[in-house]
Design a protein around this ligand. Structure first.
Ligand code: GLY
Length: 369
């Protein structure tokens, strides 16, 4: 990461997947430009904004006004906030309301909110009339750096998170870092798990910048945090451009997630997703360093950066519990899982491992700090 002070102009990161090319805009005050940015990328006559009951009251009015200035007829659909509402029984009424509002095939759904909203509004757009356009306006740091980019949409099933969904690339992503001002410090810190993951995955310079100056010490709407967001989007863009449908390289974005998802589920979702990924990342690195698959000293560096962001570096869950949740992960392939191994900071490898190796990794990496 450059130490130069960038000016406050928005960054534009271009994503080019086989199914769609689109821009991710990162900057300040972009909510008021949402209409023009949606208009130039998606067109159409009508825009339906979907938000949850936390984010809608904060930002929907501004986004609707901007869409109307750009010539859209608008509809506003709100649902009750919370991961527990990310399910078909919430999605179906949203689809009925899109139909009642009269959206046509050329129109656009605008997903305004965090990961739950982006996933569910994205799936509504993917299903409605067999697929209409979606614009993503992420308002949480986690959604800005991860879930709004790459076209994954989903709802949860009783059996697990994100088990029913579709790929639908957005027509545009609009990340207004001013929205981070209303994010709680706990949620901001939690999001840093995915940011640290991106550094370990692909960018030692980003990792070192996080070590020197934790995101949690930055002003939420600062230029330096906007640059971190844009850098993370570019890392994800590079992966998604190369492998839109997660046949190969995109699986590396699951670094820290095999154990992280198990830690998250084992805590009954009391531990946030980013915090669980941070713990999972430290645990897998600790194990694979002990097995000689990871450069010596890597785990200590990751642990220090996680600690500096107030994130956990280990888990006290029982090994049986972790193995059981890890083997129910949807990324499992038969009797094997594809594990993302941190080889050193900035470089990972995908390794197919059997259940016995997974058990060894849990034994060596979890509760052993
Ligand atoms: N969050 C992982 C992915 O988008 O593939």
């Amino acid at each position: 990461m450059s130490n130069n002070q960038a000016d406050a102009r928005p960054s534009v990161v271009s994503v080019q997947t086989p199914s769609l090319s689109y821009n991710v805009h990162v900057g300040h005050g972009l909510l008021d430009r949402a209409g023009e940015l949606v208009r130039e990328s998606a067109g159409g006559q009508m825009a339906a904004v979907i938000a949850d009951s936390n984010v809608g009251p904060l930002y929907a009015r501004r986004v609707l006004a901007s869409l109307e200035r750009a010539g859209y007829r608008t509809a506003y659909l709100e649902f009750s906030a919370g991961e527990r509402n990310k399910r078909f029984s919430t999605l179906v009424p949203l689809l009925e309301r899109l139909a009642a509002a009269g959206l046509s095939r050329n129109d656009v759904v605008v997903a305004l909110g965090g990961g739950v909203t982006g996933d569910m509004a994205g799936l509504a757009a993917a299903l409605y009339l067999r697929g209409i356009q979606v614009a993503q306006i992420p308002t949480s740091l986690l959604a800005m750096v991860d879930s709004s980019v790459g076209g994954k949409t989903a709802v949860d099933l009783k059996t697990g998170k994100n088990l029913a969904g579709a790929f639908l690339q957005p027509s545009v992503v609009i990340a207004d870092v001013c929205c981070l001002n209303t994010l709680s410090p706990d949620l901001l810190a939690d999001s840093c798990g995915e940011i640290i993951k991106h550094g370990v995955l692909a960018d030692e310079e980003l990792f070192d910048a996080l070590a020197a100056r934790p995101v949690t010490s930055m002003r939420p709407d600062s230029d330096e945090l906007a640059r971190i967001v844009a850098r993370n989007v570019a890392i994800k863009r590079d992966v998604v451009n190369a492998d839109e449908r997660e046949q190969g390289l995109r699986q590396t974005l699951n670094l820290g997630h095999t154990l992280g998802h198990a830690i998250e589920a084992g805590s009954d979702y009391a531990l946030g997703h980013g915090s669980s990924v941070a713990a999972g990342l430290c645990c897998v690195s600790r194990a694979t360093e002990r097995m000689g698959w990871t450069e010596a000293g890597t785990t200590g560096r990751i642990e220090r950066v996680c600690e500096a962001h107030g994130l956990p570096t280990d888990t006290d869950l029982a090994h049986d519990t972790i193995v059981s949740f890890a083997t129910h992960d949807k990324k499992r392939r038969g009797q094997t899982v594809n594990l993302v191994v941190p080889q050193r900071i900035g470089k990972v490898a995908l390794r197919r491992i059997g259940m016995d190796e997974l058990e060894t990794i849990v034994r060596l990496g979890c509760g052993t700090r």
